[in-house]
Design a protein around this ligand. Structure first.
Ligand SMILES: N[C@@H](CCC(=O)N[C@@H](CS)C(=O)NCC(=O)O)C(=O)O
Length: 212
């Protein structure tokens, strides 16, 4: 049995988890979860939200289920003792932006794409991301003069935050700014990014062909 079971669909956020799996050279068994009714029972038992990605780590002490892309990325680095874990001087930036990515950034991007925004200053104050513009400006200014979230070194937080930027630029849900483009360019040069993308893109092509 592989060390990790990976429930995924190539047309989903599971691409983030696959990139993380490849960054840590994980031994994993992919299990395709179709959209619609026919979801594997093992998947539904593992994740009551029925959301992908979901992983099961067949660890020595027993199976561990991990959901949420940000948690999966960090967990994989921890479980494999990866060099992509933050060093002591990177911990603050690493967790600050990992949680920023899973909270304000994701919510700002999705809300903006759905056409939802705060109606007034009172609502903006209550929204964790404030506004789309504030969120974009905060990330943009952080990336000025930095190669990666923690500075010069690529760490696992870049898989998560970087995926949001990569997807945001690809789908036009994030503004096309020089700091975002430069960051995405550095991420796309990673061997593990290319490996994971090639697998998902091939599967997407197969699925499209089968649907025609
Ligand atoms: N907060 C979750 C979101 C996962 C999510 O929404 N996945 C979508 C695909 S991108 C999904 O499983 N949709 C199927 C459904 O909701 O039934 C994460 O970060 O992993």
């Amino acid at each position: 049995m592989a060390e990790f079971t990976f429930f995924f669909n190539p047309m989903s956020r599971a691409q983030i988890a696959r990139w993380a799996l490849h960054e840590v050279s994980a031994d994993y068994e992919p299990v395709l979860v179709p959209y619609g009714e026919d979801k594997p029972a093992e998947f539904l038992a593992a994740n009551a939200m029925a959301k992908i990605p979901t992983i099961i780590h067949h660890a020595q002490g027993g199976d561990k289920v991990v959901t949420e892309c940000a948690a999966i990325c960090h967990y994989l680095a921890e479980a494999t003792g990866s060099s992509l874990l933050p060093r002591p001087d990177e911990v603050a930036d690493y967790f600050r932006w990992l949680l920023f990515g899973a909270g304000p950034l994701e919510q700002a991007i999705i809300s903006h794409a759905m056409g939802w925004e705060a109606k007034d200053a009172q609502q903006e104050m209550m929204l964790g991301f404030g506004s789309y513009e504030r969120t974009m400006d905060a990330l943009d200014s952080w990336l000025q003069g930095r190669d990666f979230i923690c500075g010069t070194r690529f760490t696992m937080v870049d898989v998560y935050v970087g995926s949001q930027v990569d997807w945001g630029l690809a789908f036009g849900t994030m503004p096309d700014r020089p700091a975002f483009q430069a960051y995405a360019g550095r991420l796309r040069a990673r061997a593990a990014y290319a490996e994971a993308k090639a697998i998902d893109n091939a599967l997407i092509a197969q699925m499209k062909q089968a649907a025609n």
